[in-house]
Design a protein around this ligand. Structure first.
Ligand SMILES: [Zn+2]
Length: 394
C-alpha cells in the first residue's frame, strides 16, 4: 500500500486554518494523510510560516483532544489535557476538516516520554540502578502506566475515526534524552549509557525476578561498573568490557534482564494493539533497540507497520537502515520511512528526492515527512515533488 503522510502539530493547523491546511496537504502536496500530534511532550517550536505566534512553547506534555470520561473512569494515571484543548477538541476539528478534504488522519502518539506525567506520578517513572528517578520516562513495566497508555490509544481509536495510530516512545526511555539542560563531564560510552538506562523501579524488579534474575545482585553490579567508570573518568576500565554486546555475553543475568525488558515492550504493544482494534498500528523505532527494549521482529508481528526515522542526507544510510530492518523485522512494504524535509538532514530538495528514490528502489511504499510547521514554507514544495515521485512509482 502506498502511504504518504506528514507530521503536524495541532497548534499549526488551528492557527493557519484547519480547512486551509488539510486542503493544502491533500490537493497541493498530494498527501494521503496527516499525522497529528495527539499526545506530546514539552516543546520549544520556532514557526517559520504561521499566522500565529512565532514560537510555540510549553514546558508540559499533554494531550490535544478531549478525553472520553467513560474510558478514563478509574484509571490511576489521568492524562493532562493541554491548554489548547481546554475548551475545544482540536483533534475532532481536524478530523472533521480532513474528512471534508478526503485526507486521512493518523494519531502521532507520544506514549511514555512526558515530564509532566512523571512529575505527577513519580512512582510510575523509570529509576536507575542508583535509585534516581527519570522523571521524563514513564516505565513500560508499570501496570498503571500500561493502563494509561492503552486507555489513551483506545480513546483515540474509538472516538475519532482515525486511519492509523502511530506509537512513539512505547519503550524504555534510555539515558540522555531528558528534560533539562544536560551537564555531563564523563564520556561513559555506549555501555555506560546502557547501564545508566536500565530501570530498577519496583515493577522492573518484579519483572526481573520473574525472569529468574537476582535483581539486587545485578543492580549492585551495574552500580559498581558505573562507579568505576565515573572514577576512571571514562568508559574504558581495565578488565571490563567496553561494548554492550560483550557485557551481555559475559553476564547472563544482564542478558536475561534485557530479554525480559523486550518482552515487556512487546506485550505492551500487544495490549495497545488490542485496544485500537482494527485501526492501522504503526510502531516507530527510535534509538538503540537494546536500550529501548525493542524487539523489531516480535513487534512486526503485532503492529501493522514498523517506522524508521531516516533523518539523513545520505541515501546510503537510508539503504543501510531499510536493508537491516527488512532483513530482520518485516518485508520492505511493511516499513514506513520517516524523512526530515529541512536542514540539516535535508539541505536541498535533491537530497529528499534521492532518499525517496532509494527507499522506493528497496520496496518501501510508506513515507512520512517531518514536519509541516517546522519546515520553511518553500520546503512544502519539496515534499510535493517527493510525493509525486512516490505516486509515479505506484
Ligand atoms: Zn521500570
Amino acid at each position: 500500500m502506498t502511504y504518504t503522510t506528514m507530521w503536524a502539530y495541532p497548534w499549526d493547523l488551528l492557527d493557519d486554518g484547519v480547512d486551509d491546511v488539510v486542503r493544502r496537504m491533500r490537493d497541493d502536496i498530494g498527501l494521503d494523510a496527516v499525522s497529528i500530534a495527539t499526545s506530546y511532550h514539552s516543546v520549544e517550536h520556532l514557526r517559520p510560516h504561521t499566522k500565529g505566534a512565532r514560537m510555540f512553547s510549553t514546558v508540559d506534555g499533554g494531550i490535544y483532544f478531549q478525553p472520553d470520561a467513560s474510558l478514563w473512569r478509574g484509571v490511576s494515571l489521568q492524562p493532562n489535557v493541554a491548554p489548547l484543548a481546554a475548551d475545544r477538541d482540536p483533534l475532532a476539528e481536524i478530523c472533521a476538516a480532513a474528512d471534508r478534504a478526503d485526507l486521512k488522519v493518523e494519531s502521532w502518539t507520544v506514549c511514555l516520554h512526558n515530564s509532566l506525567m512523571g512529575r505527577r506520578y513519580p512512582t510510575a517513572c523509570e529509576r536507575n540502578a542508583f535509585g534516581d528517578l527519570y522523571v521524563p520516562h514513564l516505565c513500560p513495566s508499570n501496570a498503571h502506566v500500561r493502563e494509561y497508555v492503552t486507555t489513551l490509544c483506545r480513546d483515540l481509536a474509538t472516538n475519532y475515526g482515525l486511519f492509523a495510530v502511530e506509537l512513539e516512545s512505547l519503550s524504555f526511555g534510555g539515558y540522555g534524552h531528558f528534560h533539562g539542560h544536560a551537564k555531563v563531564g564523563v564520556d561513559i560510552g555506549s555501555l555506560g549509557r546502557f547501564l545508566m538506562s536500565l530501570c530498577f523501579c519496583e515493577s522492573c524488579r518484579e519483572m526481573g525476578a520473574e525472569a529468574g534474575v537476582d535483581v539486587p545482585a545485578l543492580a549492585d553490579g551495574v552500580r559498581a561498573q558505573l562507579i568505576e567508570m565515573f572514577a576512571h573518568g571514562g568508559a574504558s576500565v581495565p578488565g571490563r568490557p567496553i561494548l554492550v554486546a560483550d557485557a551481555l555475553a559475559e553476564d547472563s543475568s544482564l542478558a536475561a534482564l534485557v530479554d525480559a525488558r523486550r518482552a515487556v515492550v512487546t506485550s505492551l504493544t500487544r495490549e495497545v494493539r488490542d485496544a485500537v482494534g482494527d485501526t492501522f498500528l504503526v510502531s516507530m523505532q527510535i534509538g538503540d533497540s537494546t536500550v529501548g527494549g525493542w524487539d523489531g521482529a516480535e513487534i512486526a508481528e503485532v503492529a501493522d507497520a514498523i517506522e524508521l526515522l531516516c533523518y539523513t542526507a545520505q541515501p546510503a544510510r537510508v539503504e543501510a537502515m531499510v536493508s537491516a530492518a527488512s532483513g530482520q523485522f518485516c518485508a520492505a512494504d511493511d516499513l514506513i520511512v520517516g524523512l526530515s524535509a529541512y536542514t540539516p538532514h535535508t539541505p536541498s530538495p535533491k537530497v529528499l528526492t534521492r532518499n525517496v528514490r532509494q527507499a522506493l528502489r528497496m520496496g518501501v511504499r510508506g513515507f512520512s515527512f517531518y514536519n509541516y510547521g517546522i519546515m520553511p514554507e518553500r520546503n512544502l514544495a519539496w515534499v510535493r515533488d517527493a510525493v509525486a515521485i512516490i505516486r509515479a512509482a505506484e
